[in-house]
Design a protein around this ligand. Structure first.
Ligand SMILES: [Zn+2]
Length: 282
């Protein structure tokens, strides 16, 4: 994976252009001054929604900046449409957020969390990474979870994978992509843990999809075993953890029959959900 970082005269551009996994491709654009001071877009005097118009070509990074202008145009149209249906929406949202749900999902661009469950900004707290993996040493994911549970007091955590996941396919096929292989190792562990269940499946796509399902269940159980969730349940905080999977091919969510609301039930719910998949594979 190669990472390029450059400074446009009005901003910084960070690009990961040659990742073998499409969903890992990342572009970050931060508005800034020529002196390097970063500025937030919006009301800040140094920010402008049209500032990119006068800089059509970024020689250092080799891309046409006006290629992105349509995103600003779409943004203005989107904000206007929200205000037409919900007057004062953004001014209210700026004061506070009170989402009921934490979504832990895959970074894949085809799985936009808010859109597929029809929720507006402010209604869904989101953490996404490659393969919707929950690792007990991942401070990023744990920090999101702690903030969501202890500060925002979300009532539901949804771990949602998706069929046809490139990360899962790479893990199952033991493809090599460099640094990402170490992250995908967690999914390979899930594959190996359920080797007996999976060995009866000989079709590659079906095998990948079954590992997608098992991976979601495994990560949901990992959520339940974090100190954050254990502590929340110990103080009787209402909180459920669920495992869902999304079909890119039909736009529909499936419940994997794992929902836990207490520490004593998580392992049993996980075993039952895995048994359902075993019977479906037989
Ligand atoms: Zn994915």
């Amino acid at each position: 994976m190669q990472m390029l970082v450059g400074f446009h005269r009005r901003g910084m551009v960070a690009v990961l252009p040659e990742c073998a996994i499409p969903s890992l491709a990342l572009v970050v654009l931060l508005c800034g001054t020529p002196g390097g001071k970063l500025e937030a877009a919006g009301n800040h005097p140094g920010a402008s929604c049209r500032s990119l118009d006068s800089h059509p070509y970024d020689a250092q990074n080799g891309c046409r900046m006006d290629d992105l202008e349509h995103l600003f145009r779409s943004n203005r149209e989107w904000a206007s449409s929200i205000l037409r249906s919900h007057p004062g929406f953004f001014s209210k949202l700026a004061e506070q957020q009170s989402p009921k749900y934490l979504w832990i999902g895959c970074s894949d661009s085809r799985v936009p969390a808010n859109e597929i469950v029809g929720l507006l900004p402010g209604e869904l707290f989101v953490h996404r990474n490659v393969g919707n993996v929950v690792v007990h040493s991942d401070l990023n994911c744990l920090s999101v979870m702690q903030f969501a549970v202890e500060v925002l007091k979300v009532e539901h955590i949804i771990v949602c994978g998706h069929y046809g996941c490139s990360a899962v396919r790479a893990a199952v096929m033991k493809e090599r992509h460099g640094l990402a292989d170490n992250w995908l190792r967690h999914i390979q562990d899930v594959h190996e843990q359920h080797h007996e269940l999976l060995e009866v499946i000989h079709d590659g796509a079906t095998l990948t999809d079954r590992v997608c399902e098992l991976n979601v269940l495994s990560q949901a159980l990992n959520v339940c075993r974090t100190t954050i969730i254990e502590d929340a349940w110990a103080r009787q905080q209402p909180l459920s953890v669920s495992a869902w999977i999304y079909g890119i091919h039909d736009g529909l969510l499936r419940d994997l029959d794992f929902t836990s609301k207490s520490p004593g039930k998580a392992s049993a719910r996980y075993s039952r959900a895995v048994e359902n998949l075993r019977q479906a594979s037989a």
